[in-house]
Design a protein around this ligand. Structure first.
Ligand code: PHE
Length: 432
């Protein structure tokens, strides 16, 4: 009887042990990846996952992290913030991941970050630029620049490089990224002597922008700021040109997708957007990445692919240095990241767990060719953080200081070295 009881006990404990074993086994480094693989910004997630997979494959082929293979758990949040939160909840409860990579869109990173924070599992976003993301807590990191800096670069470019005095703005009111940029752009453009002559709003997925554009046209702007995502921007550009509004449109990294030109076409010629990198950077590190990526996916990597590739490698490097799969150990190793040599620039996290990175201003040219018009130098770690939060430190440092690098600004935009084809036709391949 005793023996039977004992064996039952052993069986029961074995069963429990197996039941607790997270999917993928206990001997792997489990990284949860939440991205938009379908829905309104599917291209963001598809490119990002391509970059992350490439990074993980490279590390796994070279023997893994301290001998452990990386197991990527990739989940599609369908471009939806509440779905992003659901996925991250599952990552930290069921899957017991050791680290989390995601999202692209700030609204979705903001929705998911508190869950990772509560579970003390480090989360690193490759490309969410709204300041609020990393304010969710000390386990939340970003390996890209933030919107106060990007917005300052946009406003300064319009005021100084284009000499614009009158600007209009089209904002997506429900999108944290868009409203965050709106605030900074308005503040900096006005400070530089410009005037915001009209503000109009839209919602992601809108198809008809005629009413807003008619109103903007009446205010006679010299430039129109459009801090939005590629789908909407493409349509806005088209409808603006159809109305005879020929002034440049200026936006941020949210424009970056091969889909932008596929939708907007030549209506986008002569417009500008800030971005994280250029695939035509002659740095050998960038060229190696571009060539390897092209060999794998048969398309030129956009900024999402590059930032995600970097973020994945930064996470892997931190786990290696932590030499542990404990969330707090990985978090501390991430925080200690110094001058990590990424494709999109070197990454050192500042005290807010944000990266200080270079910004490029891209000009869209005939046929969807991109040229680096200017390299915008951001002034050190003293990044401006006016924006959505009412934190005292944010209120204090409300003077974005951005300076264009004179050498780069003087170089001709047409330089063949800095030109690229947006190649919209290549985009569907990215989804394979
Ligand atoms: N920065 C955007 C956001 O925070 C996302 C984005 C990054 C889009 C890079 C395109 C390229 O919402």
């Amino acid at each position: 009887m005793k023996r039977i009881l004992l064996s039952l006990l052993i069986i029961a404990s074995l069963l429990t042990a197996f039941a607790c074993q997270p999917p993928g086994g206990g001997d792997k480094v489990r990284i949860g990846v939440f991205m938009s693989l379908t829905g309104s910004t599917a291209n963001f997630g598809i490119s990002s996952v391509n970059g992350i997979k490439m990074a993980a494959d490279e590390v796994n082929k070279a023997g893994g992290i301290n001998g452990k293979q990386i197991d990527l758990l990739v989940q599609d949040d369908r471009s939806d913030a509440s779905e992003a939160a659901t996925i991250v909840t599952k990552f930290v409860t069921q899957d017991q991941v050791h680290g989390i990579l995601g999202e692209v869109a700030s609204s979705r990173s903001i929705a998911a970050a508190p869950i990772a924070q509560n579970a003390k599992i480090p989360m690193l976003t490759p490309s969410s630029t709204n300041p609020e993301v990393t304010r969710k807590g000390d386990f939340i990191f970003r390996s890209c620049f933030i919107d106060p800096v990007q917005g300052a670069a946009i406003a300064q470019f319009a005021a100084k490089s284009l000499g614009a005095k009158r600007a209009a703005i089209m904002v997506d009111r429900k999108n944290d990224y868009s409203t965050g940029l709106e605030k900074v752009i308005k503040e900096v453009f006005t400070r530089l002597g410009g005037q915001i002559v009209a503000t109009q709003s839209f919602q992601e997925g809108d198809q008809d922008f005629n009413a807003q554009l008619t109103s903007l046209k009446g205010s006679n702007p010299e430039v129109i700021f459009v801090p939005g995502y590629y789908n909407d921007v493409g349509l806005i550009a088209k409808q603006a040109r159809d109305k005879g509004i020929m002034v440049p449109l200026i936006g941020g990294d949210g424009w970056d997708s091969a889909q932008l030109y596929a939708i907007g076409g030549s209506a986008l010629n002569g417009s500008y957007f800030t971005n994280h990198y250029s695939p035509y950077d002659t740095d050998p590190k960038v060229q190696k990445f571009v060539n390897d990526y092209k060999a794998l996916y048969n398309t030129v990597p956009d900024a999402l692919a590059a930032t995600a590739y970097d973020a994945a490698n930064i996470m892997f490097d931190a786990i290696k240095r932590a030499n542990s799969l404990d969330g707090t150990a990985i978090r501390n190793a991430l925080a200690a990241t110094k001058s990590f040599p990424g494709v999109t620039g070197d990454v050192t996290f500042n005290e807010n767990r944000d990266a200080v990175k270079p910004i490029v201003m891209i000009e869209i040219k005939d046929g969807g060719t991109y040229a680096v018009r200017e390299r915008v130098q951001v002034d050190g770690a003293a990044m401006p953080t006016l924006s959505t939060s009412a934190s005292p430190s944010a209120a204090m440092s409300s003077s974005p200081s951005v300076a264009s690098s004179p050498a780069a600004a003087a170089s001709p935009a047409e330089s063949p070295k800095t030109s690229m084809k947006a190649s919209p036709k290549a985009s569907p391949k990215a989804s394979q």
